[in-house]
Design a protein around this ligand. Structure first.
Ligand code: HEC
Length: 126
């Protein structure tokens, strides 16, 4: 019985570690992306030419994480129109997950972003 309990808690700990791990975060981000971003940027990350930018093969998305985090938190008005702000709709973990996802989905290969990085970026704005 005791060994079983120890085994069960070990498995729980392993599960929690997996959820913290970047691969796990990006996987969660896929759902956040499908629910919130795919209407504009499309499921395949190709966007809509002249209207919504493609995120696949995008150097901005795969570059320095700070401006990517700022864009998703605060939105951006540019040549193509208005990218909505997500800071009041998604929490740090969801934003880290969705950015990790777009940095690793399709043909993109960039390091994940952590919830701590998003939380720092929020504070920096205040
Ligand atoms: C209502 C449509 C819409 C939705 C929904 C939307 N975006 Fe955007 N997004 C845009 C537009 C338009 C731009 C370009 C703004 C500009 O012209 O600078 C943009 C730009 C971006 C950029 C910058 C791309 C670059 O190369 O500069 C990123 C990253 C991004 N969006 C991520 C996301 C994520 C992540 C979500 C979901 C949480 C999301 N967007 C949801 C419309 C949208």
């Amino acid at each position: 019985m005791r060994t079983l309990l120890i085994l069960a808690s070990l498995m729980l700990a392993a599960g929690a570690a997996w959820a913290q791990e970047p691969g796990g975060l990006a996987a969660q981000g896929q759902k956040v992306f499908e629910d919130n971003c795919a209407d504009c940027h499309r499921l395949n990350g190709q966007g809509l030419p002249g209207t919504f930018p493609a995120l696949d093969k995008d150097p901005f998305v795969q570059g320095d994480p700070s401006p990517v985090i700022a864009t998703v938190l605060n939105g951006r008005k540019g040549n193509l129109g208005q990218m909505p702000a997500w800071k009041d709709k998604l929490d740090d973990r969801q934003i880290a997950a969705v950015i990790s996802y777009i940095r690793q989905a399709w043909s993109n290969r960039a390091p994940a972003v952590t919830p701590a990085m998003v939380s720092e970026a929020r504070k920096a704005r205040k």
